[in-house]
Design a protein around this ligand. Sequence first.
Ligand SMILES: Nc1ncnc2c1ncn2[C@@H]1O[C@H](COP(=O)(O)OP(=O)(O)O)[C@@H](O)[C@H]1O
Ligand SMILES: [Mg+2]
Length: 195
Amino acid sequence: MVAHTLASESFDWQFDTCGDPKLVAMLEAAKTFADAIMNDEDPNWLCLLGTSGAGKTLLAKRLLAFWRARGGYRVIQGRAGEFQSLGESRLILWPKFIERQLDGQWGEMQGIRETPFMVVDDLGREKGPPAFNAARADEVAESRLGKWTVFTSNKTLQQIADTDKRVASRMLRNGSATIDINVPDFNLRKRKPSA
Ligand SMILES: Nc1ncnc2c1ncn2[C@@H]1O[C@H](COP(=O)(O)OP(=O)(O)O)[C@@H](O)[C@H]1O
Ligand SMILES: [Mg+2]
C-alpha cells in the first residue's frame, strides 16, 4: 500500500470500494493525485475511464471537494502579510459543454484555460458532429496541459483513440495517471449478497 499524505488519508472520500481490487486501485489513484496536489508537484491529469456506474463521476467530484477543502490553497504574499488563497475550480459536463460550443459560446474557453483545477466529466457522451467534437476535445486537452485536470469517460482508452488519437496519447503522457476500469454498475454491485 502506498503511503499517502495526512490530508488525503483523513479526507472522507465517500467511496465504497466493496473490496473490489479494481475500485481499490481507482481510489488509490485518486489519493495519489490528491497527494501530488498537496505536495505542490507539477500539475498533471487523472483519467478515469471505463464502464458506466463504476463511480468515476463520484470520485471526480470528491477530488473537486478535496481541492476546495484541502488541496487548492496556496500561500500568497499580501500587503498585510501572508494569506491563504483558494485556487479556482470547476466541473464541466462534456456533453453540455459541446452543446454550448455548438451554440457559439466561445468565451468559455478562456476560463477553461485559466482554472487551476478542473473536472471534465463524461468525455465521449456528447452528441454533435464527430469532427467538431474531436476538435473541441483537442483544444481543451491542449489548454489543460500542465494543469490539474480530471477526465472521466465511459469509453476505454482504445475507443477514445479511435475517435481522437491526440487526446488519447496525451492521456498517456506527461505523468498522467489513467485508470481504465471494468466493473459492474454500482447498483448491481450493491445488490449482490456479500460473501
Ligand atoms: N464506489 C462507490 N461508492 C458509493 N457510491 C457509488 C460508488 N460508485 C458509484 N456510486 C453511486 O452510483 C451512481 C453511479 O456512479 P457514477 O459516479 O455516476 O458512475 P460513472 O461516472 O462511473 O458512470 C452514483 O449515484 C454514485 O453516487
Ligand atoms: Mg460518469
